[in-house]
Design a protein around this ligand. Structure first.
Ligand code: G6P
Length: 470
């Protein structure tokens, strides 16, 4: 069973009261859908609209269990505590986190609702996999309700350093919530060690390496393991999609529609302040100003998919980005040669694959990112071994994708040099780098990610099994 904030689909009620659904956005869906379709499991999550009270139903080869959220809970639990407290806190306080007791109360209440739904649906001895920062209290709550199940938790976003995590007024409750799991997965080894440090600081429990020992009345009850499991994409599926004649043709059309630039740069992100979109556009604007690049030869396509539009920091970001794009286009654009093609919408996979294929240089300049699956998608799409990835060292992907041109996006001068280097990269060197990247991305796909996590999780003895520790 999977428990995540979002179901893998957005649900709406038809006029006949029957649920109709469409795919919902987000990296998690991309990552888990192939896994769940192959498993005889259920997915517990929110359907994407407020006040949706629905019975469990089957869709896309999965049993879906919708958890209702009211308008108020969306404001307090989702937009508030999840996306205006935890999100900025866990992304190294790029934006100041807001701490409100009322949001915390809602977070607790909603986490309890998810835990209850999971407890009702899980078979005896089931393996339950809880996902991400919106549901950090679910592991302990579920354990309280169902001592017979195995509980895994995967944290898709960064886990911050102790000194930053310490700001959270409810830090102890969050750590205890997570410790309800048998296995806690993180994207990077550094995230797992940050977590273990936090456990040592805010609980009395003993730790040995990445293993925490839970004791009750002085007796060892069980162990919790923290470890890194870097997430990936369905690389082969993406590779195959990008090889289809339709996508190849569309990639050519895109370049033609853009006026056949010599160099096409691409940025593609949720419109989120963690993605370093402002830094990227600033660096590009300065390269035009310095005449190291010209709009006659170069264009930047920036796709910014709408995200969390009710949260103030996201509204501000949109204004900032759009002002910057407007300025640069005004200053450097010419008829038929826009400096930046900026799109504030999402695109289907096919169009994304065509854009990746069309782009000479992919810019991933996140200031902080758990993994960044766009970087992996770009690599998976490039079966021609061409193209060049400029990648922020503050992404989880940077640990694996060492064939990329790694950058510190805060260093605008360095970022400008890296973009220039990528634009002029010798094709043989580019091919060498891309081959290295592709080897890694094709070998480490999402199936391997979930298999490795589940292999460790299912090795944990549960109550009633021989060798049990309880
Ligand atoms: C990140 C998070 C996911 C989240 C996704 C989209 O990838 O790790 O948990 O679902 O962003 O954000 P949203 O707020 O729209 O669900």
């Amino acid at each position: 069973m999977v428990v995540a904030n979002r179901l893998p689909v957005d649900v709406t009620l038809g006029e006949d009261g029957e649920p109709t659904w469409t795919r919902s956005p987000g990296g998690l869906v991309t990552a888990l859908e192939p896994v769940m379709q192959n498993a005889d499991g259920a997915w517990v999550g929110w359907g994407g609209s407020p006040d949706l009270e629905l019975d469990p139903f089957d869709a896309d080869g999965m049993r879906l269990v919708p958890v209702p959220l009211s308008e108020r809970e969306l404001e307090d639990y989702y937009e508030g505590f999840s996306n205006d407290t935890l999100w900025p806190l866990y992304h190294d306080v790029i934006e100041p986190p807001q701490f409100h007791r009322q949001w915390w109360e809602s977070y607790r209440k909603v986490n309890w609702r998810f835990a209850t739904a999971a407890a009702e649906q899980a078979a005896h001895g089931a393996t339950v996999w809880v996902h991400d920062y919106q549901l950090q209290l679910v592991p302990a709550m579920l354990r309280q309700l169902r001592a017979d199940v195995r509980i895994g938790y995967f944290h898709h976003i960064p886990f911050p350093a102790l000194e930053i995590f310490a700001q959270l007024p409810w830090r102890k409750q969050v750590v205890e919530g997570l410790l309800g799991a048998d296995l806690i997965g993180f994207q990077r080894a550094g995230d797992a060690s940050n977590f273990v440090r936090v456990v040592r600081r805010f609980t009395d429990l003993t730790t040995r390496g990445q293993v925490v020992t839970i004791t009750k009345h002085g007796k060892v009850e069980r162990h919790v393991r923290a470890a890194a499991f870097p997430i990936s994409i369905d690389s082969k599926k993406f590779d195959a999609l990008a090889r289809t004649p339709e996508v190849q043709q569309r990639a050519k059309e895109i370049r033609t529609e853009l006026g056949d630039p010599k160099v096409l740069l691409l940025g593609c992100d949720r419109l989120d302040y963690t993605k370093g979109i402002r830094h990227r556009i600033k660096a590009y604007g300065e390269l035009l100003e310095d005449e190291r690049l010209s709009v006659a030869d170069t264009t930047l396509v920036q796709i910014a998919s709408p995200s969390r539009e009710n949260v103030g920091a996201y509204q501000q970001l949109r204004d900032d980005v759009e002002l910057l794009v407007g300025r640069i286009n005004g200053d450097y654009g010419e008829l038929g040669h826009a400096a930046i093609h900026y799109m504030h919408h999402s695109y289907p996979m096919e169009e994304m694959a065509a854009l990746y294929l069309a782009a000479d240089v992919m810019l991933v300049t996140a200031l902080r990112d758990g993994m960044n699956l766009v970087a992996k998608e770009y690599v998976a799409a490039r079966s021609d071994d061409r193209g060049c990835l400029v990648l922020s060292e503050f992404t989880g992907a940077a640990d694996e994708l060492t064939g990329a041109i790694l950058v510190n996006p805060h260093d605008i001068a360095g970022l400008k040099d890296a973009i220039t280097y990528a634009v002029h990269l010798d094709p043989r060197e580019a091919r060498k780098r891309m081959r290295r990247l592709r080897k890694r991305v094709l070998e480490n796909d999402v199936a391997l990610w979930s298999e490795s996590f589940l292999a460790v999780l299912t090795a944990v003895p549960v109550r009633g099994e021989s060798g049990t520790t309880t």
